[in-house]
Design a protein around this ligand. Structure first.
Ligand code: FES
Length: 113
């Protein structure tokens, strides 16, 4: 089940810069580019670096450590990398940014599912 979380102070964000934010209990990265808001995994799957020092090129985010690239729509790494990142749905309502995180539900919800 998806749970929407409001991300604070979107008006202070600079275009194409990557930020780490909290969405509920999950720490993620967000960025605004020409295609709108993007929300994705905080850590690069290659060796665990934060994407906050990375950058975007077109529809890809680039990790600054070893230059692995990931599509910001599908999460797929470039051919040959064999890895991917998680992409989170975003929406803007009343000029506020919301990010959806998959919720596993409570212990009892999972038990009786
Ligand atoms: S840690 Fe990101 S490319 Fe190596």
């Amino acid at each position: 089940m998806l749970q929407w979380y409001k991300i604070d102070k979107t008006s202070f964000y600079v275009e194409n810069r990557i930020y780490e934010v909290e969405a509920g209990r999950t720490r993620i990265c967000i960025m605004h580019n020409a295609n709108g808001w993007k929300a994705f995994s905080r850590k690069c799957p290659h060796a665990g670096a934060s994407f906050v020092t990375g950058w975007s090129e077109g529809e890809e985010v680039v990790c600054s450590y070893h230059r692995h690239r990931f599509n910001l729509t599908t999460g797929k790494g470039c051919p040959g990398q064999g890895d991917f990142i998680k992409i989170y749905p975003t929406k803007v309502e009343d000029e506020e940014l919301y990010v959806a995180i998959e919720s596993s539900g409570s212990f009892f919800c999972r038990l009786f599912k």
